[in-house]
Design a protein around this ligand. Structure first.
Ligand code: RB5
Length: 158
């Protein structure tokens, strides 16, 4: 079963706890990288922690929650090798896996309620990358990390 790394800021903390409960109840191993309270924190710190957990192989997938999902997605996509998708419905969640091979899901607790978030998460975890023509396009996304310089490209190769 896939290990899922979880991260949230203060706005996403309550939904992150709900999602953790659902994941554990459904047999997933969870790595909870915080935050652990509603005290204000900075979302890029948690996006980075989850992104690195995924690219280091400590988790197969990552899930991030902030107020909108936007900041988390922006920050996580700065981690070489991460393809984070901000999703607010199950269709985009499924497409982000089938077409984009997203390895991080970003949710917005201020726009997506608990039940919808669980539906999105369940759909996203169940969906598989379709490969084929999409593999070439995803490889072009991966290749964009080279624009950040040789260190980034090296990190990808490790
Ligand atoms: C925090 O107020 C909020 O800015 C954050 O949770 C997130 O929505 C940023 O994208």
């Amino acid at each position: 079963m896939t290990v899922v790394a979880l991260g949230a800021d203060h706005a996403g903390f309550p939904l992150k706890e709900d999602l953790k409960g659902w994941l554990v109840a459904h047999g997933y191993d969870v790595v909870d990288l915080g935050t652990q309270s509603a005290e204000a924190v900075d979302y890029p710190d948690y996006a980075a922690a989850v992104g690195v957990a995924v690219t280091a192989g400590k988790a197969g997938r990552g899930v991030l929650v902030c107020g909108t999902g936007i900041g988390m997605a922006m920050a996580a996509n700065k981690v070489p090798g991460i393809r984070a998708a901000g999703c607010s419905d199950a269709f985009t969640a499924r497409m982000s896996r089938e077409h984009n091979d997203a390895n991080v899901l970003a949710l917005g607790a201020r726009i997506t309620g608990r039940e919808a978030a669980i539906e999105i998460l369940e759909t996203w975890l169940a969906a598989e990358f379709a490969g084929g023509r999409h593999a070439r396009r995803v490889q072009k996304i991966i290749d964009l990390d080279r624009l950040r310089g040789p260190e980034s490209a090296d990190a990808q190769a490790r």
